[in-house]
Ligand binder design. Structure first.
Ligand SMILES: C[S@@+](CC[C@H](N)C(=O)[O-])C[C@H]1O[C@@H](n2cnc3c(N)ncnc32)[C@H](O)[C@@H]1O
Length: 263
């Protein structure tokens, strides 16, 4: 029984005072004791995808965070790594992408410039690197750092979960380069996604606008970013990337299923 996971699930139903209190306390505890951001959503998403039959026989997976800043949410992922490696008997590689210069200059009205400005969340690459134990940091604008050579060199393979925290529409839209056909071999056929700023975005701005635009442009290519209806009960920021053209998309790893049981 994973009590941590159960705890994460219970408190994400922020329905009563106890749950709200638990969330706030956990937030403070993680921040002051471990200097990391409390991200129970990360734990739920990783566990959900690792528990799927189709991922049971993998010897490793890769997890990506787009938008690292001071590394506080990456630290939360790092704390989950040993637990999930033990539970699922595989290796977890963690990659973080950022310029470490903070929010880029933008004049795009879809970027919610009323929420963020140039230089917000700037951090020191060297300090962030030293504060982390396992993660590989990739420094640079997402437009250029998502490139085939780097993915090959760093063996960023079996990508199973991606956390988006780039805030701007333009940056998130640029990061969707990872769903280009040429990157397909690095990804699992279905990839769990989490969009941290979805709740502050809208149909015409920020992360939600990037998702909408992606689907409008890519449904003809059989690629979709869909809401995750199972995880929706915990949080409405869970999505999944589905590439119908992925060579493993229709592979069914489940045993024969029956609606009745033999006596
Ligand atoms: C909200 S912060 C990330 C916070 C972090 N995930 C946490 O919870 O501690 C957003 C980050 O996105 C990065 N960013 C935004 N646009 C980017 C781009 N085009 N390329 C690389 N990094 C970018 C910024 O440098 C900033 O550090």
């Amino acid at each position: 029984m994973n009590f941590n996971l159960l705890f994460s699930k219970v408190i994400l139903h922020k329905r009563n005072l106890f749950q709200l209190l638990a969330y706030k306390l956990s937030e403070k505890f993680n921040n002051y004791i471990f200097n990391r951001t409390f991200r129970p959503e990360y734990e739920i998403l990783i566990d959900y995808h690792l528990s799927k039959e189709e991922n049971k026989n993998l010897d490793h997976i890769s997890i990506i965070e787009f938008g690292v800043a001071s590394g506080k949410s990456l630290k939360y992922i790092e704390a989950l790594k040993p637990k999930f490696e033990k539970k699922y008997q595989l290796k977890i590689n963690i990659f973080g992408f950022d310029t470490f210069e903070g929010m880029p200059k933008s004049q795009n009205k879809h970027d919610q410039l009323y929420d963020w400005k140039e230089g917000d969340y700037s951090s020191n690459y060297e300090n962030v690197k030293t504060s982390l134990n396992y993660s590989k940091l990739i420094k640079g604008d997402i437009k250029r750092s998502i490139n085939l050579e780097l993915f090959n060199n760093l063996n960023i393979s079996n990508i199973l979960v991606i956390f988006f925290d780039l805030d701007f529409f333009t940056s998130t839209n640029d990061s969707f380069k990872i769903f280009d056909k040429s990157f397909s071999k690095f990804l699992r056929p279905r990839v769990g996604l989490f969009f941290d700023n979805l709740q502050s975005s809208s149909e015409f701005s920020g992360e939600y606008f990037s998702i909408k635009k992606f689907n409008e442009e890519n449904h003809i290519n059989n690629k979709f970013i869909s809401k995750d209806f199972y995880l929706e009960k915990f949080d409405n920021r869970f999505y999944q990337y589905m590439n119908f053209e992925h060579e493993l998309f229709n592979e069914n790893f489940k045993n024969i299923q029956f609606l009745w049981k033999k006596f």
